[in-house]
Write a protein that binds this ligand. Structure first.
Ligand code: NAP
Length: 272
C-alpha cells in the first residue's frame, strides 16, 4: 500500500488530493494520497518523519518549496537551477528532490497550443516569483530564443535573468507594449487574476494574431487575461492543465504507473 501526500500551509484549498485520487481509482492502484498541513517551523522534522511512516514521497506547495530544497539529501540538476523543490521521492533512506513545475507548464502549453513552437519567437513572462523561474528554465531548455521577465519588483526579475544566462533578460513595465508586439508567447506568472486578487491590467492589442497567451493562475479556470485573449481570437492556455501535468512524474515515482492527463481528469479536478 503506497502512501503519498501534499505538504503545505494552509493546504485545505489544494486540488492535488482530488487529482491523485482520480488516478489511484482509474489505474486501480492500492494507495493513498492525502493533504498534510505542516507549519513552516515543523517542515524539516515532518519531512524526515514521512519515510518512517511509510510514505513513498510527497508534493510540496506554498510556502515550503525553498525549504524543501534545503531538506533534501539530493536534488536533481533541474531543481538546482530553479532553486526550489515541489516533488520529494523517498528511496533507500534518502530524500530526493525535483521540480516538475516547468515540465507541467511546457506539457500543458504543448497540449493546449499545439501549433506553438519554441523557435517561433521570444516569450514575455509577467512576474518573477518561483513559478516564473520554473517557466523560464523550461522555455529556454525547450529552445525559446529569448525570455523577458517583467515584474513589479524589478530586482527579482533581474536576479532570475542574472542566474539563468543570456537568453533571459529583465525589462521595465514601460517596455511591455514593444515586447508584446514581437512575442510569440505571453505568460502571466503573477498571482493577479486569482480569486480575490485584482485582474492583471494589460493591453493585448499590440500582440500578433499568432501570439499565445498563457496564465498560470487556475482559480478561476478562465482569468480576465484569458477571456481578453479569447475575445481577440488568440490561443489561450489556462493554468489548470499545468497543475495536472506537473503531477504526472510524482505519481509515477511513488505508485509505479505513469498516469495521463485527460478531459475527464480535468473535469473531476475542477469539480464540475
Ligand atoms: P510568488 O513566488 O509569490 O510570486 C508572485 C508573483 O506575483 C511575483 O512576481 C509578484 O511580484 C507578483 N505579484 C503579486 N501581487 C502583485 C500585484 N498586486 N501586482 C503586481 N504583481 C504582483 O508566487 P509563485 O509561486 O511564483 O506563484 C505565482 C502564481 O502562479 C500563483 O497564482 C500560483 O497559484 C500560480 N502557480 C500555478 C501553478 C500551476 O500548476 N498552474 C504552479 C505554480 C504556481 P513581486 O515580486 O513584485 O512581489
Amino acid at each position: 500500500m503506497a502512501l503519498a501526500g501534499v505538504i503545505g500551509w494552509p493546504i485545505s484549498h489544494s486540488k492535488s488530493p482530488r487529482l491523485h485520487g482520480f488516478w489511484l481509482a482509474e489505474l486501480k492502484v492500492a494507495g493513498y494520497y492525502i493533504p498534510l498541513p505542516v507549519a513552516p517551523a515543523d517542515f524539516p522534522d515532518a519531512v524526515r518523519m514521512l519515510p518512517k511512516l511509510g510514505f513513498a514521497g510527497a508534493n510540496v506547495t506554498i510556502p515550503h518549496k525553498e525549504a524543501a530544497f534545503a531538506v533534501c539529501d539530493s536534488v536533481d540538476p533541474l531543481a538546482q537551477r530553479i532553486g526550489a523543490v515541489n516533488t520529494l521521492v523517498f528511496r533507500d533512506g534518502t530524500i530526493h528532490g525535483t521540480n516538475t513545475d516547468g515540465y507541467g507548464f511546457l506539457a500543458n502549453l504543448q497540449d493546449l497550443a499545439p501549433a506553438w513552437r519554441p523557435e517561433a519567437g521570444p516569450a514575455v513572462l509577467l512576474g518573477a516569483g518561483g513559478a516564473a523561474r520554473a517557466a523560464a528554465v523550461a522555455l529556454i531548455d525547450a529552445g525559446v530564443p529569448k525570455v523577458t521577465l517583467v515584474n513589479r519588483t524589478f530586482e527579482r526579475a533581474a536576479a532570475i535573468a542574472a542566474s539563468l544566462g543570456p537568453a533571459v533578460e529583465a525589462a521595465g513595465s514601460d517596455q511591455v507594449p514593444g515586447l508584446l508586439a514581437t512575442a510569440a508567447l505571453v505568460v502571466n506568472t503573477t498571482s493577479l487574476g486569482m480569486v480575490g486578487q485584482p485582474a492583471l491590467e494589460i493591453d493585448l492589442s499590440a500582440c500578433a494574431a499568432t501570439t499565445v497567451i498563457a496564465d498560470l493562475v487556475y482559480a478561476p479556470p478562465e482569468t480576465p487575461l484569458l477571456a481578453a485573449a479569447k475575445a481577440r481570437g488568440l490561443v489561450a492556455v489556462d493554468g489548470i492543465g499545468m497543475l495536472l501535468h506537473q503531477a504526472v512524474p510524482g505519481f509515477e515515482a511513488w505508485f509505479g504507473v505513469r498516469p495521463t492527463v485527460t478531459a475527464p481528469l480535468r473535469t473531476h479536478v475542477l469539480g464540475v
